[in-house]
Write a protein that binds this ligand. Structure first.
Ligand code: GTP
Ligand code: K
Ligand code: MG
Length: 350
């Protein structure tokens, strides 16, 4: 950065830090009584939750009705759906909750329509499907992203590698060279938040905005797929162009086009692993796997089978699968052993 850019970055950084704090207060009031931040009261169920977010009449409810056994009212008029409707996608032995939500409008994050409730619910999802109408302008995608950004949802972004601890003394450590912001800006932002006594460790080349995000602390980093519906109504050239965009799937709910592929992509994106269990002397149960998030351990498998299992755990056996070294012989494992997709596991208790 040159001197002018540095000065601009510094002042802009401070201004954005103030704005972010102001907005965070607006969105998440200290008292839990206000309507802000409160989502629809739908119980989480199954192995993961996927939320459908989009402007009115893009076809969210049509998708729910096609992909699950739940019917959600669909119609040509806007705001047909007025509350959250859960359905279940059954796939590869997993149960994925798909949430149909009311359409949101521009300004939703500021409280227009049911927007706040919708975006608060979106925050609870493991994956967001940003649903768009392929016949409408590209602008809709940017507007929707702005609304989600305004409530602190970061789509397809990783949480920046910054560790932040309150201490009795202060310190700022950077393990990489900062090229998009600088220490002076960071220190001033910390001071503006009256955080004189904290340890900050910055381990990647972050921007000022990313630093503010970490500081605010309530940001949600959620993966997202952009789903363009109604491709039956656009040209092949347009379909081709959209389909080649990153994190994008093109579909037609009405014509049943590409819906299987969408579910494949949802599955890949959730990164679920299926673990089969095997009782002593019996064949593995391939009909009812335990579904877990990537990185899960034997302890998670125990919890997935029964709450009390982990407490009485003696040892586990991985019979075969990707995490077993000694296939086809069983490998003895402890609670912290990481399991992988399609492992066959036995648990022995005290
Ligand atoms: N051409 C075309 N129309 C579709 C498709 N999918 C849905 N529609 C139509 O789009 C309209 C809106 O569908 P809905 O499923 O109600 O849309 P929604 O996003 O749930 O709408 P709200 O609940 O009002 O936000 C209906 O008239 C559907 O028949 C599609 O793939 N192609
Ligand atoms: K509609
Ligand atoms: Mg609807």
């Amino acid at each position: 950065m040159g001197i002018v850019e540095k000065a601009t970055e510094y002042h802009l950084g401070l201004l954005k830090a103030k704005l972010a704090r102001y907005r965070a207060q607006l969105l998440e009031p200290a008292s839990k009584s206000g309507p802000a931040g409160v989502g629809f009261d739908v119980q989480k169920s199954g192995d993961a939750r996927v939320a459908l977010i989009g402007f009115p009449s893009v076809g969210k409810s049509t998708l729910l009705s096609k992909a699950t056994h739940t019917a959600s009212e669909t119609a040509a008029y806007e705001f047909t759906t007025l509350t959250a409707i859960p359905g279940v996608i059954e796939y590869q032995g997993a149960r994925i909750q798909l949430l149909d939500l009311p359409g949101i409008v521009e300004g939703a994050s500021q409280g227009r329509g049911r927007g706040r409730q919708v975006v608060a619910t979106a925050k609870t999802a493991d994956l967001i499907l940003v649903m768009l109408d392929a016949t409408k302008s590209e602008e809709q995608r940017r507007l929707l992203e702005l609304e989600l950004d305004a409530v602190g949802i970061r789509l397809n972004k990783r949480k920046p590698d910054v560790v932040f601890k309150r201490r009795t003394t202060g310190g700022l450590n950077t393990t990489v060279k900062l090229t998009k912001t600088d220490e002076k800006t960071i220190r001033t932002i910390l001071a503006s938040y009256k955080l004189h006594n904290c340890d900050v460790m910055i381990r990647e080349d972050i921007t000022t905005d990313e630093f503010i995000d970490v500081l605010i602390g309530t940001r949600k980093y959620i993966p997202c797929l952009y789903v363009y519906n109604k491709i039956d109504a656009i040209s092949l050239e347009q379909v081709d162009k959209l389909a080649r965009t990153e994190n994008t799937v093109v579909i037609s709910c009405e014509m049943d086009l590409n819906l299987d592929y969408l579910i494949d992509r949802i599955w890949d994106n959730l990164g679920l692993v299926k673990i089969y269990t095997k009782k002593r002397g019996a064949r593995p149960d391939l009909s009812d796997p335990v579904c877990l998030r990537k990185g899960a351990t034997i302890e998670d498998v125990c919890i997935g089978i029964h709450k009390s299992l982990a407490a009485n755990f003696r040892y586990g056996l991985v019979w075969w699968g990707r995490s077993s070294k000694f296939s086809p012989h069983a490998q003895k494992v402890s609670l912290n052993h990481q399991v992988q997709d399609e492992d066959v596991v036995s648990i022995f208790t005290k």
